[in-house]
Design a binder for this molecule. Structure first.
Ligand SMILES: [Zn+2]
Ligand SMILES: [Zn+2]
Length: 126
């Protein structure tokens, strides 16, 4: 791994925030002030293609990046906030229905986060 790849990998693995490329850029810049955004884009892409980090795409939000360690996500349908969670491992059940061609699954569960629920309730009370 190059210095930048190593740094980006560390930043992503140290975070539970599901960082966008812009946010990764800000953190890398603290240590390497000369780095440019395009370099971060390229290196994030390389790490993702190598399977070292995970990309989370939600329509309407920029792509976010995450550690590969197995976990699932709750996504707020209203504000787009992403929360780590862990559901029962579905691998066995999927392998049963899909067969040997099964590779992996990437689960996103949509919900309304507590803040959005609160806001909606408050609005209803006016
Ligand atoms: Zn929300
Ligand atoms: Zn996550």
């Amino acid at each position: 791994m190059t210095t930048y790849e190593q740094k980006i990998y560390t930043v992503i693995n140290a975070s539970t925030e599901h960082l966008t490329v812009e946010q990764i850029f800000k953190q890398v810049k603290e240590e390497y002030p000369k780095v440019v955004l395009a370099t971060i884009y390229n290196n994030v892409n390389k790490l993702w293609k190598a399977g070292l980090i995970r990309k989370i795409s939600v329509a309407g939000s920029p792509d976010r990046y995450d550690r590969t360690q197995k976990h699932d996500h709750l996504v707020c349908r209203r504000c787009g906030r992403l929360v780590d969670t862990s559901f029962e491992d579905l691998t066995a059940s999927l392998r049963n229905s899909v067969g040997d061609a099964f590779l992996y699954y990437d689960l996103k569960v949509f919900y309304l986060c507590p803040d959005c629920r609160k806001q909606l309730n408050d609005n209803n009370n006016i």
